[in-house]
Design a protein around this ligand. Sequence first.
Ligand code: NAD
Length: 396
Amino acid sequence: MSSKVIVTIFGASGDLAKRKLYPSLFRLYKSGNLSEHFAVIGTARRPWSKEYFESVVVESILDLADSTEQAQEFANHFYYQSHDVNDTEHYIALRQLQVELNDKYQAEHNKLFFLSMAPQFFGTIAKHLKSENIVDGKGFERLIVEKPFGTDYATASKLNDELLATFDEEQIFRIDHYLGKEMIQSIFAVRFANLIFENVWNKDFIDNVQITFAERLGVEERGGYYDQSGALRDMVQNHTLQLLSLLAMDKPASFTKDEIRAEKIKVFKNLYHPTDEELKEHFIRGQYRSGKIDGMKYISYRSEPNVNPESTTETFASGAFFVDSDRFRGVPFFFRTGKRLTEKGTHVNIVFKQMDSIFGEPLAPNILTIYIQPTEGFSLSLNGKQVGEEFNLAPN
Ligand code: NAD
């Protein structure tokens, strides 16, 4: 199905737009999911020309394109409007361009707004989109925002109110790009399309779950952003909890977004709130120091560019969540995430309980591992007999 739509990207000169949004739009274009009836308006502070913007877009997708001509054809659909989000005049110009492009591309008034900017701007943009009649109730109208969605409960609620003043809940898409990863989507298939797991996916059979997001890299050039965020906000409250909800939820009545959302919300409502004492005991924060990995020397977090030399921001976080549901009461969902670790990779281990042994030695637990990144796939460790004269068990 191909879509008719005018996409407006706020923050079109930024990193997210170049590294993720243009390539994603291009993939849709290449697979025929974007028809000829689409245009993209890029807005940002810099005074770029259409030609220059096109060249930025072409550069960002060149390795995905079959030819330079194909990349250029795609980029022809891109228009640029220099814009300061606080300046009402700029929204008037934006509306004019929106209307022109809607007519030119016969986009049936369908509009998609992607806010690829810091969240402090979201409220202002949403307000102006309504007051300047850019959002006018014609065609479909959607708003997409990326993380971070505020910095705590109060700021997230405020942001919600600001967006809901212009858009209805079903028009707002709060994106966690991690959930687009193949293996994360595959969790649904593993859980709900395999009888052997369906009946054992609960506290009677699962001992614990371990979610690991390990990076070997340090903060690289993202020190300025990361120092304000830290591992808990960057990885845990979003990606880890989303993953946890997919692992812990009950079976949705159907494979639809509303049913899945309802089951995920139940998991979050059932998340156990630890006491201050339990927090101290079950949760750990850490920060990387200088050192060597495989003979390579690395500087400490505090010495990284754009990081406060006395920063107490955590680059490592670990702990255990409990979901107080009939399915998982008492089962720890351990997580660990960090930068500059000795191993790299994202995976989930589902560690099953083990039965009594008749072999005179304790049995290793069965473990279902879901490899998410960079390796993708599953493995299930089962106890077998080691090859040889003796009867020795070994997991494989
Ligand atoms: P960036 O700093 O590279 O880009 C910000 C964009 O906003 C630029 O185009 C800039 O011109 C524009 N801008 C800033 N102030 C403006 C103003 N007053 N008026 C008009 N335009 C203005 O940031 P980014 O890395 O592209 O990230 C954008 C958002 O997405 C941030 O909230 C970030 O946390 C989030 N995010 C980024 C990534 C990523 O991989 N870069 C991943 C997840 C989430």
